[in-house]
Design a protein around this ligand. Structure first.
Ligand code: XUL
Ligand code: CO
Length: 437
């Protein structure tokens, strides 16, 4: 059965195309630098938003109209797999991502849930044999069910902790079975509400121990995926332990986990933390920990995680700049952790949304590559830090000086030439780059 009859395969038709079901800028085979767009962008489809989500929000029921709506339980789960692979083929997606509960319904016990999962995983495995779409990452949902109300790896209850450990164990086995490139840990409820009832030290230690056990088990079963932490400052938990990349980096170093993890950076999580998307990418890149990206955008007028499809070209450009400077995303990719708006409830909106996001990142990629080729930012930065190329500057950089020596240099200085940062000139040039793609 076909679920998306209104659309045949989405192809690149160029910037002047009026076909809403065509890419205007994403041309998978086109080379940018020495790699193709497909190799550089590595787009992933988020199963939960596109096939499981129904458009509901905290104020109202789901609005989405989907051709699988009449089904229930395992029949529904199977129909979603069929629909997913039809969608992947039509949108030409190289990757997809899921949580365990997105693909198969939970049973009354973990044993039952795992049986459901096994059945769907083997169906997915069969579909993957004839599909180019690979698994970018999978994860375990440890935030929806009421048992996670006080956290999973940071729960105040040891049975809940054990349940979380068992879900991760299964997640790693599923990842191995389907050849996942990465495994994600997003700590939805790993944080606290009030210090008055919280043993923060114990919770964080337990979480670190869980990660160590996951590393050991992946090794034991020969699952060599890259482990990723996905920071988020709040929502659902008030004080989230993985607040942002810098906070999570400190956690990883504190518990000896730094060599085993990279980051999955989500744009909307960055803005919730009071950062830009590109800031989080830069912080991770500087420490060699930029692993993968959840490509979406938040509504800056709203203070919550709206998970919109990314369409802001300024941001996609600055993000692609960081990614290219990182030498790409390695085994990571750009996963659209994004959902169509509640008012965009028709099935074809799923295509419009992904086309918009893929084109926005393709534009970002082209512009960022051009800026790198022209050494646009490098020249600005080199010029700005030029004084550090002097003897004095080199001594500072190499820690070969002292407060005494620097005082001797500074004590009679009169005419220090501090130059303008020229941010407005730089932004105006960036707009020129954006218009000239
Ligand atoms: C929640 C979120 C998650 C993770 C995976 O904000 O981003 O969907 O990406 O659990
Ligand atoms: Co995410």
């Amino acid at each position: 059965m076909a679920y998306f009859n209104e659309v045949t395969k989405v192809k690149y038709e160029g910037r002047h195309s009026n076909n809403p079901f065509a890419f205007k800028f994403y041309n998978p085979e086109e080379k940018v630098g020495d790699k193709t767009m497909e190799q550089l962008l590595r787009f992933g489809i988020a199963y939960w938003h596109t096939f499981t989500g129904d458009g509901g929000d905290p104020f109202g029921a789901g609005t989405a109209k989907r051709p699988w709506d009449h089904l229930k339980g395992m029949d529904l789960a199977k129909a979603r797999v069929e629909a997913a692979f039809e969608f992947f083929e039509k949108i030409d997606a190289p990757f997809f991502c899921f949580h365990d509960v997105d693909i198969a319904p939970e049973g009354d016990t973990l044993r039952e849930s795992n049986q459901n999962l096994d059945e769907i995983v083997s169906m997915i495995k069969d579909y993957m044999k004839d599909s180019k779409t690979k698994l970018l990452w999978n994860t375990a949902n440890m935030f929806t069910n009421p048992r996670w109300t006080h956290g999973a790896g940071t729960s105040s209850n040891a049975d809940v902790y054990a349940y979380a450990a068992a879900k991760i164990k299964k997640g790693l086995e599923v990842g191995k079975e389907l050849g996942a490139e990465n495994y994600v840990f997003w700590g939805g409820r790993e944080g606290y509400e009030s210090l008055l009832n919280t043993d923060m030290k114990l919770e964080q230690q337990n979480l670190a121990n869980l990660y160590h056990m996951a590393i050991d088990y992946a090794k034991e079963i020969g699952f060599d995926a890259q482990f990723l932490i996905e920071p988020k400052p709040k929502e659902p938990t008030t004080h989230q332990y993985d607040f942002d990349v810098a906070t999570a980096t400190a956690f990883l170093y504190q518990y000896g986990l730094q060599d085993h993890f990279k980051f999955n950076i989500e744009a909307n999580h960055a803005t919730l933390a009071g950062h830009t998307f590109e800031h989080e990418l830069r912080v991770a890149r500087e420490s060699g920990m930029l692993g993968s990206v959840d490509a979406n955008q938040g509504d800056l007028l709203l203070g919550w995680d709206t998970d919109e499809f990314p369409t802001d070209l300024y941001t996609t450009t600055l993000a692609m700049y960081e990614i290219l400077k990182n030498g790409g995303l390695g085994r990571g990719g750009l996963n659209f952790d994004a959902k169509v708006r509640r008012g965009s409830f028709e099935t074809e909106d799923l295509f419009h949304a992904h086309i918009a996001g893929m084109d926005a990142f393709a534009i970002g990629l082209r512009v960022a590559q051009k800026m790198i080729d022209d050494k646009f930012f490098e020249t600005i930065v080199d010029e700005r830090y030029k004084t550090f190329q002097s003897d004095l500057g080199q001594k500072i950089i190499n820690r070969q000086t002292s407060l005494k020596e620097l005082e001797a240099h500074a004590i009679d200085l009169k005419d220090i030439e501090v130059r303008s940062g020229q941010v407005e000139k730089i932004k105006a040039r960036m707009n020129q780059y954006l218009l000239n793609i």
